[in-house]
Design a protein around this ligand. Structure first.
Ligand code: AHR
Length: 506
């Protein structure tokens, strides 16, 4: 056991901000089997009359997701919204350039809204529009079709298609990863800033209250990072509400300690985008603050995808192929939990975040066609954070032992946050980044009326490579930790090596 104890103090007088429920958003893209045989499989034994898998819906509810971004991702840059509405049998089959697949359009806009309704009132649409191969006119058509009550050609078309009630889509993403050379219709910051501003201005003519997300960088490592945000926001500052961030993490060159400390990058990314947005605001002498939509984040082993594209048969455009079906380990889930902690620690400015993605594609939920659905290791930190991470984030400044990492230098072994619910209860979320040592933890509780430990749940395993699979879907689940105590205003616990911990105090 490590000799040094990690410590921090909680005090309700020192808060970061209120958690926006949209921090627990997710993402459904027309990619691989996320939609087809993921959420939608009309022939599945559990499918309802709309072809939605009930077993998947149950898990989506248990996961606790809120806003669900749709329909992409890279897919949106070739998306023709009108292909995805009307009688399903009449919809065209199209080439999907982003994922070298054939899109049948069997599942479309109306089915997406039906899916959200089936999840429950916590689910909210977050629609991306195509600014890759399309522009202002198509964005306006889609907005009118989706949101205008009735009495115009496009709104009446929706009614004729069976959706009398408008969809009420509030949050719209103005394109996807337009800074990336891989994006169909990739643009320079100046070109994108201009089309984003024009689109935003026009969309606000239909509805001044829409919430708009401008594309930020596809990662902090992009060569245009920060300059991109500054240019785009200079053009769009008064017209948009959010700037987006995307980040995926994986071990590079077998460097596990840096991988485990990935949240160091995520936190610096967030802080650098806040600084850039506020700098533009200051230059424009604006009182408005731009918030952050971290609308794609996860662990993703991209090497598997790169290998797949190298070997792709140029004549092959499969329907719903198995793509990006990462199978997550305990270590991946601990890193994933740490990314959640990073988001919560910045809840004052990150007010939307989407776990990419929801089912089968780098996802917490896996399915087999005609077969079962099960939880990946990453399912558990997300479900626990969504359930217990609601309320005020308390300011957590840790005094922790550190270790050396190749990418980030000295990294604290403890990564933590705490959220105080409306009823005064507090949940501590903590990760021990050490692969070999337990970490003793002491938390001072100032001015908080807390008397008992409700539970200490941990995700950790003697085998950090353990995973849930079709054959063994419950190999990894969180377990209860004994010995965690609250006495005389101090919480004491021991965090197992490489562990995600949820400590609930009442
Ligand atoms: O989530 C997978 C892909 O990652 C998305 O389509 C794209 O936006 C990002 O590069």
């Amino acid at each position: 056991m490590s000799t040094r104890t990690a410590r921090f103090t909680l005090d309700p007088a020192f808060t970061i901000g209120e958690v926006n429920p949209r921090l627990f958003g997710s993402f459904v893209e027309h990619l691989g089997r996320c939609v087809y045989t993921g959420i939608f499989e009309p022939d599945h034994p559990t499918a309802d009359e709309q072809g939605l898998r009930q077993d998947v819906l149950d898990l989506v509810r248990e996961l606790g997701v809120t806003a669900i971004r749709y329909p992409g991702g890279n897919f949106v840059s070739g998306y023709r919204w009108e292909d995805s509405v009307g009688p399903a049998g009449d919809r065209p089959r199209r080439l999907d350039l982003a994922w070298r697949s054939t899109e049948t359009n069997r599942f479309g806009l109306s089915e997406y809204i039906a899916f959200l309704k089936k999840i429950g009132p916590q689910a909210e649409p977050m629609m991306a529009i195509n600014l890759g191969t399309r522009g202002v006119a198509e964005a306006l058509q889609l907005q009118e079709y989706a949101n205008h009550p009735a009495g115009t050609a496009l709104s009446e078309q929706r009614v004729a298609h069976g959706d009398k009630e408008p969809f009420g889509i509030k949050v719209w993403c103005l394109g996807n990863e337009m800074d990336g050379p891989w994006q169909t219709g990739h643009k320079t910051a100046e070109e994108y800033g201009r089309i984003a501003a024009e689109t935003a201005r026009a969309m606000r003519q239909i509805d001044a209250d829409v919430e708009l997300v401008a594309c930020g960088s596809s990662s902090q490592a992009m060569p245009t990072f920060a300059a991109w945000e500054a240019t785009v926001l200079q053009e769009t500052y008064d017209l948009v509400d959010y700037i987006s961030l995307h980040a995926y993490y994986q071990p590079l060159d077998g460097d596990l300690d840096s991988f485990i400390a990935s949240a160091v990058d995520m936190e610096s990314f967030i802080e650098n985008v806040v600084a850039t947005a506020d700098h533009v605001g200051a230059r424009l002498k604006s009182k408005k603050k731009i918030n952050l939509s971290f609308d794609e984040w996860n662990v993703w082993y991209t090497a598997d995808w790169e290998e797949h594209t190298k070997n792709a048969d140029p004549a092959d455009w499969p329907e719903a192929p198995r793509l990006l079906e990462d199978n997550y380990s305990v270590m991946d889930a601990v890193v994933f939990g740490s990314l959640l902690i990073a988001l919560l620690r910045h809840a004052d400015r990150v007010t939307v975040a989407c776990l990419a993605q929801l089912v089968n594609v780098i996802a917490p939920i896996m399915t087999e066609p005609g077969g079962p659905a099960w939880r990946q290791t990453t399912f558990f930190p997300f479900a626990q954070a969504s359930k217990y991470g609601r309320g005020q984030v308390l300011d957590v400044r840790v005094d922790s032992p550190t270790h050396e990492t190749k990418q980030y230098g000295e990294a604290e072994l403890l990564h933590a946050t705490a959220v105080r619910g409306e009823d005064g209860s507090v949940t501590v979320f903590a990760v021990n980044r050490s692969r070999t040592e337990s970490l003793p933890l002491q938390v001072g509780l100032n001015g908080l009326d807390l008397t008992s430990v409700v539970e200490h749940s941990a995700l950790a395993d003697a085998d950090p490579d353990a995973r849930n699979t079709l054959a063994d879907p419950e190999r990894v689940t969180p377990h209860q930790v004994q010995g965690t105590a609250l006495q005389d205003g101090t919480l004491t616990a021991v965090l197992e090596p490489l562990s995600w911990n949820v400590i609930r105090l009442a």
